[in-house]
Design a protein around this ligand. Structure first.
Ligand code: HEM
Ligand code: HEM
Length: 231
């Protein structure tokens, strides 16, 4: 490894990223290819929702490079970045990348939440299935079945953009999502006890939110449980 490398991505952000990749891959496999384990599809969906909630919290209390306040640009800065040539190099996400990150978080959250309204018409019904009028429920199911195409489009653009950056201006960008380090930036994120404890707290809060959503909110809404998961 070259000298003068500084940690930009903390271990938890990297884990988040690769768990997201595995989770989305599994969702595609379980719903489109294997078609056998819809219970597992739902469980992994809850996990993905938990990951997204965690990342949103991390975006407020995590280390500087992964904070929204640090990398989300104003519209003016976004347009300036789009027009500027050659493009400046950022330690964290560049303004266009930041836009993609927000879109990822929103789309995966919506995909997971809409899953709660799904049924496979055989044995499985999501915990919010039957809560809303049929017409609204059907629209949400349509969304769940089709919005994944949008996600695939975004993933394709994301991977192409990453590869183009790796081939042109930032050859270290992909490895940095594994070991966390980029050369010559003004960051040196440390894995301090405070960072670990803050992350643990974010994990507890996000797990609790998913647990409540799956196990208690349907009761509070008066939905007859058809196939609740009891953790
Ligand atoms: C299901 C597929 C994928 C999804 C949903 C996804 C999602 C994301 C998200 C949400 C981030 C922001 C990370 C954060 O700030 O928390 C990100 C960053 C990143 N992803 Fe992916 N990703 C996917 C696949 C890949 C693949 C296959 C690669 C490698 C070729 C990759 C390389 C990267 C890199 C290098 C960054 C950091 C970009 C930068 O330095 O600004 N991703 N991805
Ligand atoms: C990010 C999370 C999720 C992703 C990416 C995802 C993706 C998908 C995809 C691609 C399909 C197939 C659509 C088609 O047939 O063309 C599907 C179907 C389905 N999903 Fe999800 N899903 C997620 C979360 C959930 C959750 C949390 C639940 C339930 C709690 C769920 C329940 C279902 C059901 C019941 C089906 C229909 C399966 C069938 O027709 O047999 N999904 N999902």
């Amino acid at each position: 490894m070259a000298t003068n490398q500084f940690r930009v991505w903390d271990i938890y952000t990297r884990l988040f990223h690769w768990l997201l990749v595995i989770g989305i891959g599994y969702q595609y496999y379980s719903a489109k290819i294997s078609n056998t384990s819809i219970d597992n599809h739902a469980l992994v969906g809850y996990g993905l929702l938990g990951l997204i909630i965690w990342r949103v919290l991390w975006g407020f209390v995590g280390p500087n490079p992964v904070r929204f306040s640090h990398f989300v640009p104003s519209p003016k800065n976004l347009f300036r970045y789009v027009r500027t040539q050659p493009k400046p190099i950022y330690a964290s996400h560049n303004p266009l990348g930041a836009f993609a990150v927000l879109l990822f978080l929103l789309m995966i959250a919506l995909q997971s939440i809409s899953g709660l309204f799904m049924t496979d018409d055989i044995l499985f019904s999501g915990v919010l299935y039957g809560w809303l009028d049929d017409s609204i429920n059907n629209a949400i199911q349509w969304f769940h079945n089709n919005s994944f195409n949008g996600l695939i489009a975004l993933i394709t653009i994301h991977v192409i953009a990453v590869i183009v950056h790796a081939k042109t201006s930032e050859p270290y960008i992909i490895k940095a999502m594994f070991h966390g380090k980029k050369p010559q930036h003004n960051y040196a994120v440390s894995h301090t006890l405070k960072l670990h404890l803050t992350c643990a707290l974010c994990i507890v809060i996000s797990a609790l939110k998913v647990y409540l959503l799956v196990n208690h909110i349907p009761d509070w809404l008066g939905i007859e449980p058809e196939d609740l998961f009891d953790f």
